[in-house]
Write a protein that binds this ligand. Structure first.
Ligand SMILES: NC(=O)c1ccc[n+]([C@@H]2O[C@H](COP(=O)([O-])OP(=O)(O)OC[C@H]3O[C@@H](n4cnc5c(N)ncnc54)[C@H](OP(=O)(O)O)[C@@H]3O)[C@@H](O)[C@H]2O)c1
Length: 409
């Protein structure tokens, strides 16, 4: 194997709450003889503490997120940058810029779609021409939605011989909340870009949406009983992120002559089963609305803020170990045939699953480059990593099952 650069992966933001978990994941799961990795960030003392706590023989690279020259020097030394330094709209620009300039592949865990849109506008054309894979949204947002849809659509094409017309994803989850995630949400709410979140096709290439698809893609607003599922649903608060990513994947595959299906639509929901399901769906919908209101009003946020986790902190190990998520995606063809994809992982979605998804994404970019779709650009997990990430996640303990679907399953 040719090693023109001294590192395979640099973990940038390694001193943060999720960043430290990426370092632990690499320390535990990656053979340092095969993958040469280093940790990086802005604060050498904190990075030294991370290194010492895990007793790992890795190099430390230092550059602030505003230090363009320092970041370019890091990008020039590695095949891949794995980035957890957020809010990404505040700290991600120069990192991605350095990666595009130095043709260094990139993966992160942002859910800040207006920032991703700005990356598409600035860098997609150059990264596509040069074959550099820049892959945001490799965390809980939006790997299950995006990979699950990709797999389900291909399963229906290959095993049922039909084209998929519609996928709906239903999430159930338990876990905690990071201060860094809240900081990103607050920054977005105050950025003047929050209105962009309402655009169902924010991340689509121009002229990639038919009138029929547009008419069926408004975000769900209310709880409802879903007859095809036999359960109550509510709008999923991550839906306005994940649906945009899935729709970008669909549009890019259409451009690459590997269509998901004509007039394909995607939506996602929270699912509630058992006694009290209707009440829980209503309570979550109201709670989400109140939280969004509080985020947008500085006076309301100042009342809440001190009771919530601060940047650099997050759930306890117990909460992170006990958490879990399940995502049931159901696909329908025009003639009424259906199939489903189940994804499940033990561990807090925003930490344990996110860290697994991100680290395995970066490892795809290093160890299995020749098996990946041979395309660069501002990509999605499904278009940049596809089946290779599916295989790695299965090996890493994520349950991913595809079957025909019967109502109520
Ligand atoms: N997709 C998902 O499911 C998911 C899940 C969890 C988190 N996230 C996102 O991931 C991001 C990080 O979350 P977190 O909980 O790990 O946050 P965090 O603990 O606050 O970590 C933030 C990181 O950014 C670094 N940073 C801050 N300012 C910087 C600067 N000027 N230059 C360089 N680095 C700087 C911090 O460095 P210091 O340590 O030196 O302060 C730290 O390493 C957030 O945007 C969050 O929304 C996404």
């Amino acid at each position: 194997m040719n090693h023109p650069r001294p590192y395979d992966v640099v973990l940038y933001g390694a001193s943060g709450f999720t960043g430290q978990q990426t370092v632990e994941y690499f320390a535990k799961n990656v053979d340092g003889e095969k993958v040469r990795w280093a940790i990086a960030g802005r604060n050498p003392d904190k990075l030294a503490q991370v290194k010492q706590a895990l007793a790992i023989p890795v190099d430390i690279l230092v550059a602030d997120s505003r230090d363009q020259g320092g970041l370019e020097a890091i990008a020039a030394q590695t095949q891949v940058i794995l980035n957890t330094a957020g809010p990404f709209a505040l700290h991600g620009d120069a990192v991605v810029d350095a990666c595009v300039r130095k043709q260094t592949h990139y993966a992160d865990i942002t859910g800040e779609t207006p920032w991703v849109k700005s990356l598409i506008q600035r860098y997609h054309a150059q990264a596509e021409t040069e074959g550099t894979r820049i892959i945001p949204c490799c965390g809980f947002d939006s790997v299950p939605s995006d990979l699950g849809t990709y797999l389900l659509v291909r399963f229906m094409q290959e095993h049922l011989g039909v084209s998929c017309r519609q996928v709906k994803a239903y999430f159930q989850a338990a876990g905690g909340l990071n201060g860094g995630t809240l900081a990103s949400a607050v920054n977005l709410a105050r950025s003047g870009q929050a209105s962009q979140l309402a655009d169902p096709f924010l991340l689509n290439p121009p002229n990639s949406v038919s009138p029929a698809v547009r008419a069926n893609s408004a975000d769900p607003q209310w709880p409802q009983y879903d007859r095809s599922l036999g359960a109550w649903t509510a709008p999923f608060f991550m839906g306005p992120v994940n649906t945009r990513v899935v729709r970008r994947s669909c549009a890019l595959y259409e451009q690459w002559q590997a269509s998901y299906g004509s007039d394909f639509t995607y939506q996602e929901y929270l699912k509630f089963a058992g006694p009290g399901a209707a009440g829980a769906a209503i309570a979550i919908t109201l709670g989400t609305g109140l939280f969004a209101f509080a985020l947008s009003q500085p006076w309301a946020w100042s009342l809440l803020q001190s009771r919530l986790p601060q940047p650099g902190s997050g759930p306890s190990n117990q909460v992170m170990d006990d958490g879990w998520f399940s995502c049931q995606l159901i696909g329908w063809s025009e003639d009424g045939q259906s199939a489903q994809c189940w994804l499940h992982n033990q561990g807090d979605p925003g930490n344990r699953s996110t860290v697994k998804f991100l680290c395995e994404s970066a490892l795809c970019l290093v160890q299995e480059t020749e098996k990946l779709p041979q395309r660069g650009g501002i990509l999605t997990p499904a278009t940049g990593l596809g089946d290779v990430l599916v295989g790695r996640l299965r090996q890493a303990g994520v349950t991913i099952e595809l079957t025909r679907y019967r109502r109520g399953e």
